[in-house]
Design a binder for this molecule. Structure first.
Ligand code: PLP
Length: 487
């Protein structure tokens, strides 16, 4: 296929109610830079406090401590989506008034994403609207046109989404972590100085397992001193802290920042996407197609073949507006209080082992832990069935990091691999993870810590649990998945 590009440029206008970002449910947060010191969480989420049935027959307000996996929506998000739905139409494809409005809403969301990432909407960077962080990093891995002998420096702390896309296209050089799950600038500098010279440094800004916040601005500066561009995986950071403006590439997901409508963002220099074939090819990415020729359009549209997810984009825009309205100082102060309460509280419980850095280290309000003698899957099942608390257990899509945090030996890892290959997940190593968000009050962390104390202290359950050997999950004996579905 021959390829070339032509220029194209459009101006969009939106009804004020879609763009001011302030006229939608203001939530309970303060303004940017709020000095509030109360323990009232700075936001609330759709579905907060819904009662769920527990084994003792009581209904308890559901306590979602699984925000690192996915978040419920800020109320402003479905509200903005509802306002937009009557105007829903095709994006970049229709001549009608509604299509113009839908296109405008989509482009306004793109501009908001660029601002959220510290970029000027009319600057040298583009925001590609994709599905999620995984999609964004796979997209970039394709677009950088790496050769099999090229090297990307990455770390053992990464989520699989920032490991596997690089494994497919090039070689990886890893920055190791210590037993506390952190690494330092020196280790990164050493990896960056290695030969061949790396084409990219791909690093997370916040761990989904330990909550650790690597010194991301310093890491970026170090990489730049070595002439290496940086991709920051901001999946966990986006809902908690301002994104690092110096990152060359950024990837994050709407569903982890209170906009669970299927949109994510990849940010990068326009030049990265200006030449060569896009990741996905098809309608919308082209200016001209003949049977033996294609003229790709300009980025970012060039990277967005197929009908775009305008609802997801509108939702993401609403969440961005709401987070900006709440302000990072209020969010960070809340996170900091929760993180210390959560991690400090777990570290003080007998038989509980907190993974990752010490509780006084700055982290997200997130903690992974194990309880001596109680399988992680059983802890999670008991927290749910007996206490109405939702957490995650397992390896959190970060297997290399978790085996390091757990301190597993090579022989133990090999034994578990054999078992998993044989379809037996009963003894898969792992941990329990609790992760809080903008809506979590201190009382919820107390409730969680009490529940963990009870389990770690040997409080018996009122029912027996059985384990599904294929998944490793535990279920209360009177329960089964069919009953759950019917309920
Ligand atoms: N990176 C990190 C640090 C994550 O925590 C996750 C998801 O948990 C991802 C990437 C992948 O995000 P998504 O599933 O939205 O693609």
């Amino acid at each position: 296929m021959r390829s070339a590009a032509t220029h194209h440029c459009t101006t969009y206008a939106l009804p004020a109610a879609w763009t001011d970002g302030v006229s939608h449910t203001p939530g309970s947060g303060g303004t940017a830079g709020s000095r509030r010191r109360s323990t009232i969480p700075p936001g609330r989420l759709v579905g907060d406090g819904l009662p769920v049935p527990c084994l003792d027959g009581e209904q308890r307000p559901y306590l979602n401590l699984d925000t690192a996996a996915s978040t419920n929506a800020l109320p402003a998000v479905p509200e903005r989506v509802r306002e937009f739905l009557p105007w829903y139409s095709s994006v970049h494809r229709g001549a009608g008034y509604k299509s113009q409005q839908a296109t405008a809403a989509y482009e306004q969301a793109r501009a908001a994403a660029l601002r959220f990432a510290g970029r000027r909407p009319d600057g040298d960077d583009v925001a590609v609207i994709c599905r999620n962080t995984t999609d964004a990093i796979n997209h970039l891995a394709y677009r950088l046109r790496l050769q099999p002998e090229d090297v990307v420096v990455t770390t053992v702390v990464e989520h699989h989404a920032n490991l596997l896309p690089w494994a497919r296209v090039c070689r990886r050089r890893f920055v190791e972590c210590g037993p506390d799950g952190t690494f330092d600038l020196q280790a990164v500098g050493d990896a960056l100085r290695g030969r061949p010279r790396p084409r990219l440094f791909a690093v997370t800004a916040a761990s989904n397992v330990s909550g650790w916040l690597p010194p991301i601005n310093d890491l970026i500066a170090t990489a730049h001193e070595h002439g290496v561009p940086v991709l920051v995986d901001a999946a966990q950071l986006a809902a908690h802290r301002a994104l690092p403006p110096a990152a060359d590439y950024l990837a994050w997901s709407g569903h982890k920042m209170y906009a669970p409508f299927g949109a994510g963002i990849l940010i990068g220099p326009r030049a990265t996407f200006a030449a060569g074939e896009p990741f996905l090819v098809g309608g919308g990415a082209v200016d001209l197609v003949d049977l033996d020729e294609v003229v790709w359009t300009h980025p970012p549209e060039r990277e967005e073949a197929g009908s775009p997810n305008v609802i997801g984009a509108v939702a993401l825009h609403a969440a961005i507006d709401q987070l900006e309205l709440t302000g990072w100082p209020a969010i960070a102060a809340h996170d900091d209080r929760l993180a210390r309460q959560l991690r400090g509280g777990l570290a003080r419980i007998d038989n509980v082992r907190l993974l990752g850095p010490e509780p006084d280290v700055d982290t997200l309000p997130l903690a992974a832990f194990t309880i001596d003698g109680v399988p992680h899957a059983l802890v999670a099942a008991r927290l749910s069935a007996e206490h109405g608390i939702g957490v995650r257990h397992g390896c959190f899509c970060a297997h290399p990091y978790l085996v390091r945090l757990l301190g597993l030996t090579t022989a133990e890892i090999a034994a578990h691999r054999r078992a998993v290959r044989a379809g037996d997940r009963r003894n898969v190593p792992g941990a329990v993870r609790a992760s809080a968000g903008i809506n979590t009050p201190a009382e919820d962390i107390d409730r969680f810590l009490e529940a963990v104390s009870a389990i770690a202290g040997g409080q018996p359950s009122t029912v027996a649990y059985w384990q599904d050997s294929c998944t490793g999950d535990y279920w209360p004996q009177r329960d089964n998945k069919l009953e759950r579905k019917a309920a």
